[in-house]
Design a protein around this ligand. Sequence first.
Ligand code: URA
Length: 412
Amino acid sequence: MLSDAAIDWVIDAYTRGAVADEQMSALLMAIFLRGMTPAEIARWTAAMVDSGERFDFTDLRRAGKPLALVDKHSTGGVGDKITIPLVPVVLACGGAVPQAAGRGLGHTGGTLDKLEAIPGFTAELSKERIRQQLSEVGAAIFAAGDLAPADRKIYALRDVTATTESLPLIASSVMSKKLAEGARALVLDVKVGRGAFLKAEAESRELARTMVELGNAYGVPTRALLTDMNRPLGRTVGNAVEVQESLDVLAGGGPSDVVELTLALAAEMLDAAGIDGVDPADTLRDGSAMDSFRALVAAQGGDLNRPLPLGAATETVTASRDGMMGDIDAMGVALAAWRLGAGRAQPGEPVQSGAGVRIHRRPGEPVTAGEAVFTLYTDTPDRLPGALAELDGAWSVGENAPSTGPLIIDRL
Ligand code: URA
């Protein structure tokens, strides 16, 4: 059992650079293998929050009224672009979203890597700029910067030491950023299944319970949805391709699962923020969510009039028989996108904005022999064979549609 003093010391010393990466890696691996008690998780999270600043935006006003500050965070998925349409939907309904977002971790993509595919977009915002943007636009999506700097270092180390898939480390990582960012209510999207960090439903439930308790103990009312991550969300996995799909959703179209999850999380966020009498689906129909997204992107330097990048080297995967698309393994597609350059192999490495996978046939859709079921994009042609190998065995075509469970499994 780690004492409170030991936890406080190691988080502070590692953040200051007084503990070497090798030593911290050993401790992270011990936590990964042995877990932590609830008291250890709470103290570890508190020490990570205390490693930096804690924002307070309760003094801000928009149109003369206090802001309904609410945020959402996902535990990491494949094709999980939900933040991109969700934030403008909530904004268009009257909420305000201060979102500290992350970069890719392990096999999962990061919201910042995706948004940075928009020419000119920056997530490196000063606290003053975040405050100004919240007052003027109502939302800001930013790199955590001075918030929970301990998480920034530990997150990067976990990414390259195979210690991402750990309940205490995920819970403390997510909650340290979210408790520091200044939201007054929080909704968590806790992923379950092959493409999640924690695959088993029982473990994901435990993760959700742990994070909900941490949030409530800190005075930030927190709730969670448990959602399916066995297959990728939507029809795209990567960076710019996911932004394009989010724009489709904001224009009133897009894949039904992305729309369903966006609207379910929006309803939870609005309820948590005490906003009623609005239907988030209206904002996709009437264009107000798209207007909010344009305002948010413009405030952060992005130019949606310039084309989104798309990798110049492509390869298509075709079906060898007629039938129905079977299940698609989220992990196989995630690893293919990662090999194409959408994610990192080394900390701090740039990602390719144009790298990714387009899924032409979703599970249960009819397939004809010879037609394209996936297209792969990269700027580096020699990445294509490795990505194709990851997709091998990750999909099939059968006689019948695969059985599916609900996208939204439970609510805590
Ligand atoms: N998101 C985070 O911020 N941290 C994790 O560990 C996993 C998902």
